[in-house]
Design a binder for this molecule. Structure first.
Ligand code: SF4
Ligand code: SF4
Ligand code: FES
Length: 915
């Protein structure tokens, strides 16, 4: 710590930081533009000027930029000195010369850092009467609008997009006062992190295009803390609603997880909540096969009839909350509940969970991932399966540069200095994946090899680190060099990290990753083991315990062993063989589907019950690090939509099941924590409904600037209705209450006096970029596995893939298209490629096809565009998972493809080539 004196007052601040960071952490208000807490300082905008004094006798001082000046114990500075104040005012005056002053029609207005800084500096009068320079705007794709005239040339966008996120297609063009920030030509921004520009740009140059299309002023959004459900990372989000429509998603700061940034699947994928395929009323299928609507009571009566006499099987889902899965399990009994994942997926997820639970490795947060100084990636294409992890790894690659800076006298926050000094120096990252990935550019070495070779590499690296670990089959020269160099880098590291997951669909890849991490632990290293799993609540569902697999369950249903099957938020046709699913559903007297969107399983149901989405109810997901995180209802759903657990509880109550008579989600959570050991800490994921903020008030979902509450309903009734009461959470459906509680994890939006933009999040942090006041959200259910000394290890597989006719399928993933729900979002749909297969050149030649030709599966309606890649293992076919027009469910055995001479890519065929 150091003590600095600011305008005569002493503040204890973190030593080694810059003065802007220190002043903001101390709660002082100082304007800035180019500095960003995640990107450091470049001193470009000159907005953070202060006066620095030599000592207490110095009354003159000198002007300096706070963001470029290191903290020193005893340093005396002034933010209020008149020459500093005048300087900052003049800086904003020149930054605003060309600004269009179009706040009333600007989407950023009211939540704009430029507006805030203009007010803060006191620039209130425009003297410049000349012409403003103007630019043409660009088409940047379905996610981002461009309005270049609003630019103030702070360079944050390119620093974020290029330097932080590794994107190549957004640059700064021009010179002097004609700087242009955009692409060389119009076109879709390629990075899957482009959406963060909306929050990074301090003015309205880059704005959220889907939000613009159905715009509402930002202070009129109703919001609640939530969790992204589009992958297993569990980024914290702030969804905003108005008029019953989910309008946008903003980042919700989490000090250990997503920090300041989301990926575009998370930001734009939540729009599935507004999909035309939503249904809002229960329906019962008639003998003719169409649905007739049922009201709530009718639906419950029908549900109870289906429960009568027992013989009920429940199929859960890794995309449903812990609470919904537990409620179904409690209704049907643990022996008749299946987690809804395929057998293969269940095995992988259970295996990964066991490794975290029983092994000695650290389970890393994303902050830990960013701090790793050597990384080994085995089998996982993170940019497509867990994008935010890929962004964190990109920061880990910079640790070498950050380490080189202090010996050269460069503070680590001085971004340009660090980059200039380090040039291309990067921390060692070794990656072995089936295909090229979008983070190969940060890898010291990247191999694209079969899953068998990937696991072999891992087992050999573990053996190189500790000879007690079995190595397995001999390696070729290339692989031996990879093993030697990777083992050397990992053993030299202080914070080594092993990253893998279920993406390669291989238990031996997972086991190889675990062996490497554990061999490092045995050598006394604090090794991290990050294992990605397929969905938002894969671990949460697996933690409910051993259950019959989906395949076994479908077979049981096919044999007519159950009268009724209840399917929870799960399109079984995406997970299991079509014939098997059809037989199972046909043989069940009553199929009940609880879901939010129409899908094939819903179409096959006899009774359909409308379930709330994540934005319309409370619930918990367990992420890749086993962090249980609570999401809260953002708005009341339309029609008869209610949480899936509530449908189950209401039906159970009507059927006389007093054990499932949960009045509130808190009761359900308490039962779950009691019934399942793994969830004993579940209530720690969020406070109970009775939690109250300062003055015993609820936390308002609406900011105090919220307007038009009466007018919103004027078409119905000019009297303002009473705000609905929320019995399930500490939040209010109004602006009454305390919007800044000691528990920042509960903030439904961020705002602070004078700080209307997302920059206000600093007021919720213990220190800039650090933890939130009251701690970061969520509770880790597994903190660390077994303690050292430890000698766990797996043995390498002995058999190679047997000879086979046809092609062995392997799913590869797309950030846009492979996830079920986000693919329903209108903007995401524009980025989904048509179904494709990737073939080795020899296999393509054998089929008589070239790149961009078509192939089809004669046993199904699946048709694919052909891509050819020598990295594909001969005898295999890699296919884009979940893409429209392709296989709806993953094929599990060899497939035979044939040339499709009539293949035409769909008209909206959108291919930003897989790297
Ligand atoms: S576009 Fe935005 S982020 Fe980029 S330089 Fe201009 S004002 Fe700064
Ligand atoms: S990384 Fe995953 S959890 Fe985070 S925003 Fe993207 S899809 Fe959502
Ligand atoms: S914030 Fe300090 S110069 Fe821009």
């Amino acid at each position: 710590m150091a003590t600095i004196i600011v305008d005569g007052k002493s503040y204890d601040v973190t030593d080694g930081q810059n003065l802007l960071h220190a002043c903001l952490s101390a709660g002082l208000d100082l304007p800035y533009f180019c500095w960003h807490p995640a990107m450091g300082s470049v001193g470009a905008c000159r907005q953070c000027a202060i006066i620095q004094y030599q000592d207490e006798d110095d009354s003159q001082g000198r002007l300096t930029m706070a963001c470029m000046t290191p903290v020193r114990d005893g340093l005396r500075i002034s933010l209020d000195a008149s020459n500093a104040v005048e300087f900052r005012k003049s800086v904003i005056e020149w930054l605003m010369l060309n600004h269009p002053h179009d706040c009333p029609v600007c989407e950023e207005g009211g939540e704009c850092h430029l507006q805030d800084m203009t007010v803060m500096t006191g620039h209130t009068f425009r003297r410049y009467a000349g012409n403003k320079r103007t630019f043409n705007n660009q088409y940047l794709g379905p996610f981002i609008n461009h309005e270049m005239n609003r630019c103030i040339t702070c360079y944050r966008c390119v620093r974020y997009y290029h330097d932080y996120a590794g994107g190549e297609d957004l640059q700064a063009f021009g010179s002097r006062d004609r700087m242009y920030f955009g692409r060389a030509t119009d076109g879709v921004l390629e990075s899957e992190f482009a959406g963060n520009l909306v929050e990074v740009c301090p003015t309205g140059v880059f704005t959220d295009k889907p939000f613009s299309a159905s715009y509402t002023r930002k202070w009129d959004l109703q919001s609640a803390p939530s969790i992204c459900g589009s992958c297993a990372v569990g980024c914290n989000i702030l969804p905003g609603e108005r008029y019953g429509r989910l309008k946008r998603v903003h980042n919700r700061y989490h000090g250990e997880l997503n920090g300041y940034f989301l990926c575009d699947r998370g930001r734009f994928g939540a729009d599935f909540v507004n999909s035309d395929r939503r249904f809002y009323q229960a329906g019962e299928k008639t003998d003719e096969g169409s649905f007739i609507a049922l009201d709530n009571d009718g639906a419950i009566r029908r549900f109870v009839t289906a429960l009568d006499g027992g013989d009920v099987i429940g199929i859960g889902s890794p995309r449903a909350s812990v609470e919904a899965n537990f409620a179904l399990r409690a209704l049907v009994g643990p022996d008749r509940f299946c987690n809804g994942m395929s057998t293969a997926e269940t095995n992988l997820v259970d295996h990964a969970l066991g490794m975290l639970r029983n092994g000695p490795a650290r389970v890393p947060t994303l902050k830990d991932v960013e701090q790793a100084d050597a990384v080994l990636i085995l089998g996982e294409d993170l940019s497509n399966t867990a994008p935010r992890v890929a962004l964190a790894l990109r920061q880990a690659a910079r640790n070498e540069a950050l380490n080189m800076a202090p010996p050269a006298g460069i503070p680590t926050w001085q971004d340009a200095g660090v980059r200039g000094h380090a040039q291309d120096a990067m921390s060692p990252i070794f990656s072995a994946t089936p295909l090229r990935t979008r983070i190969d550019d940060i890898a010291t070495r990247a191999l694209h090899v079969s899953c068998e070779r990937i696991s072999r590499l891992g087992f050999h690296i573990a053996a190189a680190l500790n000879p007690d670990y079995p190595a397995g089959a001999e390696l070729n020269e290339i692989d031996s060099a990879f093993v030697r160099d990777a083992a050397g880098a990992l053993s030299a590291a202080q914070r080594p990290l092993i990253v893998s997951g279920t993406g390669a669909a291989s238990t031996s890849v997972l086991e190889a990753a675990a062996n490497v991490a554990w061999a490092l632990c045995n050598a006394g290293k604090s090794a991290g083991l990050m294992l990605n799993v397929p969905e938002a609540n894969s671990f949460g569902t697996a933690m409910l315990g051993t259950q019959p697999s989906l395949d076994d369950t479908l077979d049981m249903l096919g044999q007519g062993v159950a009268r009724t099957v209840i399917i929870l938020e799960n399109d079984l046709f995406r997970r299991a063989d079509r014939t098997r699913v059809e037989t199972a559903l046909r043989q069940s007297n009553t199929v009940i589907a609880l879901d939010s969107l129409e899908n094939e399983t819903v179409e096959h149901a006899d009774l359909v019950l409308p379930a709330a989405t994540f934005a319309e109810c409370e619930g918990t997901y367990v992420n890749y690090e086993t962090r249980a995180q609570r999401f809260y209802q953002v708005f009341l759903p339309k029609g008869d939509v209610k949480p899936a657990w509530r449908w189950i509880s209401d039906a159970a109550r009507s059927a006389g099941r007093t054990d499932l008579d949960w009045d509130h989600i808190d009761d359900l959570i308490a039962d779950c924590a009691n019934a399942v050991d793994a969830f004993s800490g579940l209530s720690g994921a969020g406070p109970k409904a009775g939690f109250r903020g300062p003055g015993n008030t609820r936390i308002p979902r609406q900011p105090h600037r919220y307007s038009g509450r009466t007018a919103m309903n004027a078409a119905v009734n000019i009297h303002e209705p009473k705000a609905p009461r929320d019995e399930e959470s500490p939040f209010a459906y109004s602006m009454e209450g305390a919007n800044q509680t000691a528990t920042a994890a509960l903030m439904p939006y961020s705002w602070s006096p004078g700080w209307n933009s997302n920059q206000s999040v600093m007021k919720y942090q213990q220190e800039i970029g650090g933890h939130l006041h009251g701690g970061d959200p969520g509770v880790r259910l597994i903190e660390r596995g077994a303690t050292l000394p430890h000698m766990m290890r797996f043995s390498p597989p002995t058999a190679d893939t047997p000879a086979h006719e046809g092609l062995l399928p392997l799913a590869v993933f797309e950030v846009f298209g492979s996830d079920e729900l986000s693919s329903e979002a209108a903007a995401i749909a524009q980025r989904i490629p048509a179904a494709y297969v990737i073939l080795h050149p020899e296999d393509a030649a054998a089929l008589g096809v070239e790149a961009d030709a078509g192939v089809r599966d004669p046993t199904s309606s699946a048709r694919f565009a052909v891509r050819i890649d020598p990295d594909v293992q001969p005898g295999h076919v890699y296919y884009g998972s979940g893409l429209p027009g392709g296989w709806s469910n993953p094929p599990t055995t060899v497939v035979v493809l044939e040339r499709d001479s009539e293949y035409q890519p769909p008209p909206d065929h959108n291919l930003i080539a897989r790297s």
